[in-house]
Design a protein around this ligand. Structure first.
Ligand SMILES: [Zn+2]
Length: 380
């Protein structure tokens, strides 16, 4: 509780909007200090794309294999007016603990450190690695930096996002795109004087909806509440006057990808299909990512880590709709499962909360996993 209270009290908002964006260093430094106190070897590494932020990687024990327990150190911005309590003060009782990041996901570090302190390096046949990342809520630059560096490596990773302690073996991916069409303005009385970007966008939207239908026909997974990939038209802007041919029109949209679909492959498909609609001498089309995108994640529901969490919690594994850093750890070669205390339903909104009981249960789960995968290790 003391750890969680300290972390909640340290603002670490990350946001694409620079007015809200803050460093996560004080949260990282607290985690580093506690891990050092528990005998971990600790590395705090600034994130190349935003050097005022950092990842912390703390390792107990030596050798190959082992278990990663990982969480993000940042929170989303908050609406001060909506909170009944100070968002930077942990308040409540055993049943409900309120605070910004209590569930998503500073509570994870309290639970993970509480679990880790039950073990010493000498007990571990395979290492335990505790990680705190930067910028999960905005760019995922922290997890991307770990992947770019090719470490850490381990056999297994648990991403402690709030799942009500159910193991999550799959989630969708997301890409957010901006489509710009540029034509030529002119007097509306003679269409031959210009090239309407607005009419071109009308055709482009029709093509996007056709692509959506095709993707939905090709990809399907009943593990998800919405079992198909989705495409949402979010915002459109173009033109200025009824008597002027519109020279420029922009559309933003998102795509939610199922496991088996790739960000790059989907973007290639969109570029090729939208580009083929128009004569580039008359109308130009540009498709740009608004964000870098997060790949979909999946691991086998029969994997040893999924099975171990199911045994401890009694909850079957499932798929969720929100994105996490899991695909980056999976890309480092680990069987990666999302599982943590609290509910995603109360995250990203005023009066976010978790509970001491849930955090205790999370701590017991993480301790059981450390015992299984680090103390017993490969031999079992
Ligand atoms: Zn989160």
């Amino acid at each position: 509780m003391d750890l969680l209270r300290t972390l909640v009290a340290e603002p670490s908002v990350s946001s694409p909007d620079p007015r809200h964006d803050q460093s996560n260093r004080r949260v990282v430094d607290h985690i580093a200090e506690w891990c050092e106190h528990l005998g971990f070897r600790v590395e705090v590494t600034p994130v190349p794309s935003s050097p005022e932020k950092a990842n912390v990687v703390a390792t107990l024990g030596d050798g190959p294999g082992g278990l990663v327990l990982t969480g993000h150190t940042d929170t989303v911005p908050f609406d001060a007016g909506g909170w009944r309590t100070d968002p930077f003060e942990l308040v409540g009782d055993d049943d409900q603990l309120f605070g910004l990041g209590a569930a998503d996901m500073k509570g994870f570090f309290g639970a993970a450190l509480h679990a880790a302190q039950r073990f010493s390096a000498g007990q571990l046949r395979e290492p335990l690695v505790l990680i705190g990342t930067a910028d999960e809520e905005s760019t995922m630059s922290g997890a991307r930096a770990l992947l770019a560096a090719g470490r850490p490596t381990a056999r297994f990773a648990v991403v402690g996002e709030p799942t009500g302690l159910a193991p999550v073996h799959a989630h969708k991916g997301i890409m957010m795109e901006s489509l710009s069409i540029t034509g030529r303005s002119g007097h509306s009385s003679d269409p031959s004087l210009g090239a309407s970007a607005l009419e071109a966008m009308h055709r482009a939207i029709a093509e996007l909806l056709r692509i959506r239908d095709e993707l939905q026909a090709a990809h399907h997974d009943d593990a998800f509440h919405v079992p198909r990939p989705t495409l949402n038209l979010g915002r459109i802007e173009g033109g200025d006057s009824p008597n002027r041919i519109c020279a420029s029109c922009q559309l933003t949209f998102d795509l939610r990808l199922l496991p088996g679909m790739s960000l790059d492959g989907t973007r290639e498909l969109l570029r090729a299909r939208l580009g083929a609609l128009f004569d580039p001498a008359v109308l130009t089309v540009a498709l740009d990512g608004l964000v870098e995108g997060v790949p979909p994640h999946t691991t086998s529901p029969e994997g040893p880590l999924v099975r171990a969490i199911e045994r401890v919690t009694g909850r079957p594994s499932r798929a969720v709709m929100f994105c996490t850093e899991a695909p980056f750890f999976a890309a480092l070669g680990m069987e990666t499962v999302v599982c943590g205390a609290g509910s995603i339903d109360v995250a990203h909104q005023p009066n976010e909360h978790t509970s001491r009981n849930e955090l205790d249960a999370a701590s017991d789960l993480y301790a059981a996993l450390i015992h299984r995968f680090c103390v017993e290790g490969r031999d079992v």
